[in-house]
Design a binder for this molecule. Structure first.
Ligand code: FES
Length: 123
């Protein structure tokens, strides 16, 4: 299999994308259609959370909880929650809404590809 962009887009089922990129030797990335990111809320992908706090403004964070490293798995309006110990974070800026985490979510790099967005870890 070649690592062309077209192949990547065809394989953008979120669980597949990470394995595909790992196989291609690129940084782990999650890609999603802009239309799948709700205004005022977020989507949780394999490794990243992509949010649209206000219409047309997109931000991304690592989905790894800054408390003890579990995956953040729940979106609740304009917040996301890690179910391991219950920390809640704002999608607008990644800040802690309620602990036990005392650290905000790690910001991720977000690439705007027109109809889609791709998040990668900040280097
Ligand atoms: S690991 Fe997420 S709240 Fe503890």
């Amino acid at each position: 299999m070649t690592c062309s962009r077209r192949t990547f887009i065809l394989g953008t089922a979120t669980t597949f994308a990470g394995a595909f990129l790992a196989a291609c030797g690129q940084a782990p990335s999650d890609e999603v259609a802009k239309t799948e990111v709700p205004v005022g809320s977020a989507v949780i992908l394999d490794r990243f959370i992509i949010a649209q706090p206000t219409e047309g403004t997109f931000v991304a964070y690592s989905a790894v909880c800054p408390h003890q490293g579990n995956k953040i798995t729940v979106v609740n309006g304009d917040t996301v929650r890690c179910t391991k110990h219950g920390s809640v974070f704002s999608i607008a800026d990644g800040s802690v809404v309620s602990g036990p985490s005392d650290k905000p979510m790690a910001a991720a790099t977000l690439e705007d590809n027109g109809a889609t967005l791709a998040a990668t870890a900040q280097g």
